[in-house]
Ligand binder design. Structure first.
Ligand SMILES: Nc1ncnc2c1ncn2[C@@H]1O[C@H](COP(=O)(O)OP(=O)(O)OP(=O)(O)O)[C@@H](O)[C@H]1O
Length: 303
């Protein structure tokens, strides 16, 4: 196998990155890997330029080592360069929603065996305006926390940094009212909302059941809108997210669609977060390309 590795040395707690040399060494020794081309990212890394070097080079696999943000940067470069090489995501971030959903390994043994098994699955690729995403786009209350938490504090404290930032932000944001307009399948919905998410997989923000009906191969977005309500009701909604029961709560709108436009009617320059990275502002047009991305999954992946 000829592989390219794009590694973010700063993602998460850096455990997987430290084991990379051992993993590569083992796979070279048993002849699984014939050629390995590894590059470490930097803060201002040129993902597009790096991925464009893969054209016509007969790579068998592109391995991404990093958190959701790194994965997002690489898949944008892959899609925009029209690269058709299967991707292996090695989850090394703070939250790793997609990694958990796809049962991707983090141990040395697990990573070696998933590469040897080389089981390819085609998954949907999502886009909002000109930015691709693989797992989730979100906006409103809490959605910008992933963006605001500095990389350094994420590394030092792992997911605790998310909660610390969250606690600081929530009281202020609960008094805000955001009014959104959703257009999908000839329907129009205008509502005051705290937060909405557009999901490809089931998992977001560390909640593995945010979109309990989602299937990453069905060509549909799962949209979860958490409506503005009394703080106690909102707290109830968040508790139900653990079990997936929130989708039946009167303060939640849950829908599936293959097309979606969203506008924020009362706040300019509200950010959209895509897979933990900046995804621009409103109005937002969402597109989904069914099974447009090849990824390696664990042999026990049943989704
Ligand atoms: N060498 C580096 N040093 C510091 N920051 C980097 C480096 N390489 C990339 N980055 C930054 O890391 C960010 C992406 O981090 P990533 O999402 O992979 O990890 P994380 O934030 O720890 O995980 P998660 O997104 O799951 O929370 C990008 O915004 C990118 O600019």
């Amino acid at each position: 196998m000829k592989v390219k590795i794009i590694n973010n040395p700063s993602s998460g707690t850096q455990t997987l990155q430290k084991n990379l040399e051992i993993i590569i060494g083992r796979l070279i020794l048993d002849n699984t890997l014939k050629e390995v081309d590894k590059v470490d990212t930097t803060i201002d890394f040129d993902y597009y330029g790096e991925v464009s070097k893969m054209k016509d080079q007969n790579y068998d696999l592109l391995i991404i080592v990093g958190g959701d943000g790194t994965v997002n940067n690489v898949i944008n470069a892959v899609a925009k360069n029209d690269i058709d090489v299967p991707l292996l995501i090695l989850p090394a971030g703070t939250v790793n929603d997609l990694g958990k959903y796809l049962n991707l390994p983090t141990s040395i043994e697990g990573v070696c065996s998933i590469i040897k098994n080389n089981t390819v699955k085609e998954i949907d690729l999502c886009k909002v305006n000109d930015k691709y995403f693989i797992n989730v786009a979100a906006s409103g209350l809490l959605a910008d926390i992933a963006i605001k938490t500095p990389v350094k504090s994420k590394t030092a404290f792992g997911s605790f940094a998310y909660y610390a930032q969250g606690i600081k932000e929530v009281p202020k944001q609960l008094f805000e009212t955001l009014k959104f307009k959703f257009e999908y399948d000839n329907e129009v919905l205008e509502t005051e909302a705290l937060l909405f998410l557009v999901l490809n997989s089931k998992s977001a923000g560390g909640f593995s059941n945010f979109a309990p009906k989602a299937d990453i191969t069905d060509g549909l977005f799962d949209v979860c809108i958490i409506k503005k309500s009394y703080p106690l009701n909102t707290a109830g909604v968040f508790l139900k997210i653990f079990s997936g029961e929130h989708i039946n709560d009167p303060n939640v709108v849950y829908l599936q669609a293959d097309n979606l436009k969203v506008d924020c009617l009362n706040k300019e320059n509200l950010l959209i977060d895509v897979d933990g990275e900046h995804g621009g502002t409103f109005p937002a047009t969402f597109e989904i390309k069914k099974k447009a991305l090849k990824v390696i999954v664990g042999v026990n992946d049943k989704k």
